[in-house]
Design a protein around this ligand. Structure first.
Ligand SMILES: Cc1cc2nc3c(=O)[nH]c(=O)nc-3n(C[C@H](O)[C@H](O)[C@H](O)COP(=O)(O)OP(=O)(O)OC[C@H]3O[C@@H](n4cnc5c(N)ncnc54)[C@H](O)[C@@H]3O)c2cc1C
Length: 422
């Protein structure tokens, strides 16, 4: 881990005017300062739970964007089942109701010795504790030819925003009878069932609007999460429409030819009407830059305190971390964030820490009225996080049960986003 000296930190921030940011709320000197970097699910939850707890803290949340659009339910948007606006949330309640200072800027670096976050604008933010939730970044050159320019032709849509809108437009303007090629990355990646949910919901869109079209899933893996549930549903709902090709059949995706709009595997070249290429992933850039990720590309943390094991004074939550059995999901990020907020508050108040209970619940759609779910509890064990109890839907559930899960999922979205953004 690179520990920044004060001199190096000053050199990197250069001649910029370095303004110390002050949270808006009137405050007493006695209050500890917590800086939370990243206003996605993990960061917003940490900020909210610290600010609404009993520990006397001033919380500053640093997030470049003024609005956050959720990846969860973005497959519904792609399938024309939801508006983009319904996925989008602001930070006003966190500001007004919880007194969090929300700063729209990016963290460029952290000096853990001086306890200062340097922002891209040149401003500085001092802290007593810092929590990072930077989400994911994409691995460079994982697929030959898939660069920033290629992403504008073959969108990944794995961070909800302009890419998601572009993919929706491409699906809308695709001719009936075209092939939608979906490239699925190797493990670990953000939300293991989401690519297959995407294939399912795009199939439901095709069925309604372009019934002669096909979906080809080119997978880097040989098996996938919920495979029996997905393959059963693909037979029932979309017979002959979705073809899944594992790496052992294709030799894996090696390259893309953007001009020809084709995806090239070791064995064959597949021509796409629309190509959705989801690249291999790693922890967000800030975590990489600060040396918080190990050789795996992800950040090791203490599973009780969520402090980095490479730089103990920095906490991390969400998709960026190595979380043992916990998948990279919004629910996991939210659960880790609550445990982390508790741990930070304990450090700041000198109170005793306890072992957290961690949870993940996911609703995954096979069709608009057919969803499966899982509910899993986890506990820290021997330096990592292990599954304690698990419920997972079965293939032979009644259609009524699946319909109910789909409706519950809508309710979950509303309750969950309120829990995160207030
Ligand atoms: C298609 C799809 C469907 C999904 N469906 C589900 C689902 O049904 N259920 C579920 O639980 N999960 C789902 N997920 C996964 C979920 O979206 C992620 O696991 C979750 O968003 C992770 O939260 P996070 O806080 O780690 O990262 P993010 O939510 O990505 O937040 C990271 C934030 O950090 C900010 N940031 C990055 N760098 C900096 C910096 N230097 N300075 C300041 N800010 C920075 C970014 O702007 C971003 O807002 C889905 C994902 C996808 C792609």
């Amino acid at each position: 881990m690179k520990s920044w000296t004060r001199r190096e930190f000053g050199g990197l921030t250069g001649a910029a005017v370095l303004t110390a940011l002050r949270p808006r709320r009137a405050r007493s000197q006695a209050k500890a300062k917590v800086a939370v970097i990243g206003g996605g699910v993990g960061g917003a939850t940490v900020a909210r739970y610290l600010a609404s707890g009993t520990a006397p803290v001033e919380v500053t949340l640093v997030e470049p964007s003024g609005l956050y659009s959720t990846c969860f339910f973005s497959n519904h948007y792609l399938a024309g089942l939801r508006s983009f606006e319904s996925l989008t949330h602001g930070y006003e309640t966190l500001r007004r109701q919880y007194g969090i200072a929300v700063v729209h800027d990016s963290a460029a670096m952290i000096d853990p010795v001086a306890k200062i976050v340097g922002l891209s604008s040149g401003a500085k933010l001092s802290y007593d504790r810092v929590v990072l939730a930077p989400g994911i970044a994409f691995q460079d050159r994982a697929i030959d030819g898939y660069d920033a320019a290629a992403m504008q032709i073959m969108p990944h849509a794995w961070k909800t925003g302009a890419q998601t809108k572009l993919l929706r437009k491409q699906l809308q303007s695709m001719e009936d009878g075209g092939v939608f090629v979906l490239v699925v990355p190797p493990d670990p990646f953000r939300c293991p069932p989401a690519p297959y949910e995407r294939a399912s919901l795009v199939a439901s869109y095709f069925q309604r609007h372009k019934p002669r079209s096909k979906i080809l899933v080119l997978d880097a893996k040989s098996t996938f999460t919920g495979q029996d549930l997905f393959q059963d549903a693909w037979q029932r709902h979309y017979p002959g429409m979705i073809e899944w090709l594992p790496a052992e059949f294709t030799g894996g995706v090696k390259a893309v030819d953007v001009k020809a709009r084709s995806v090239i595997t070791a064995e064959e070249t597949f021509k796409a009407a629309v190509a959705n290429v989801i690249p291999a992933q790693k922890a967000g850039h800030l975590a990489q830059q600060l040396g918080l990720a190990d050789r795996s590309g992800w950040c090791p943390v203490d599973p009780i305190t969520f402090e980095s094991t490479l730089q103990p004074s920095i906490h991390l939550v969400g998709d960026a971390i190595i979380a043992g059995d916990m998948p990279k999901s919004a629910f996991s990020a939210n659960s880790q964030a609550k445990a982390c907020a508790f741990s930070v508050a304990s450090v700041l108040t000198g109170s005793s820490r306890s072992t957290p209970h961690l949870f993940n619940t996911c609703y995954t759609f096979l069709a608009p009225d057919d969803a499966w779910s899982n509910a899993i509890s986890y506990k820290p064990l021997a330096g990592t996080i292990r599954t304690e109890h698990a419920f997972i839907s079965k293939v032979d559930e009644s259609s009524e049960m699946r319909r109910r899960a789909a409706r519950e999922a809508e309710g979950w979205y509303e309750a969950f986003t309120r829990d995160v953004f207030g």
